[in-house]
Design a protein around this ligand. Sequence first.
Ligand SMILES: [Zn+2]
Length: 262
Amino acid sequence: MRVHHLNCGSMHPPATVEVVCHVLLCETPDGLVLVDSGLGRQDFADPRRMGVARFLMRPDRDDAKTAIGQVEARGFTAADVQHIVLTHMDFDHIGGIADFPEATVHTTADEYDRAVLNPDFASRQRYSQRQWAHEPRIRTHAGPGELWKHDLHGVEVLPGITYLPMPGHTKGHAAVAVETSDRGLLIHAGDAVFDASLYTPSSPSGASLAKIRILRGFERLMAVDRKRLDDNHATLRRLNGEAGVTVFNAHDKRILDDLIGR
Ligand SMILES: [Zn+2]
């Protein structure tokens, strides 16, 4: 399948760099698939949908950056997007789903349980129920799945698209592996790492990456299970070192700019 790297939301948390919402648009034989959805038109029309986290993350209001805006700019329609595969259900990953009401939305069973079915107090503050109030068709995937590749377990979501469970940032967070026809195996790590320099010394084109300390601190602050973070970073580092594998995360602008420019 062919893929496109999109920025579906720029955010400006205080005292650090701009962060992006890295979304993958996949052209599959069965229609378009999004991996994550960034922020959507309805979030900008009614910012309360983004919950209190919007005050911290300070997103730009920019309809052109939404997934629907970029899908339409490529000559497609919302109905062409058949599936949306979420790394997790935080507001900056799920906001765009409302712009694709006919798509099936995929998440892990653990994430759906914590965000929707059995939220605890912290989850009720963290997740924004308004963003799924349109009652999307949701398909959940229980992990850890079968032994997949690279000594990892995975759960097949769609042909060529696999969940690699990586809890830590949230209870049901998962990376998403996408097998492409021309760019090898892509791993969308979501929020399993914030500062890309934790898993790679350089961007895909070879530019060296400086440490971004404040993003590292922010990652730890937002995690529900900090003990898992280092293991996830080590897994991503190992994967990124394998031939034909490219790892990227949701929020590091340096990696997104590099991949868009290729
Ligand atoms: Zn995020």
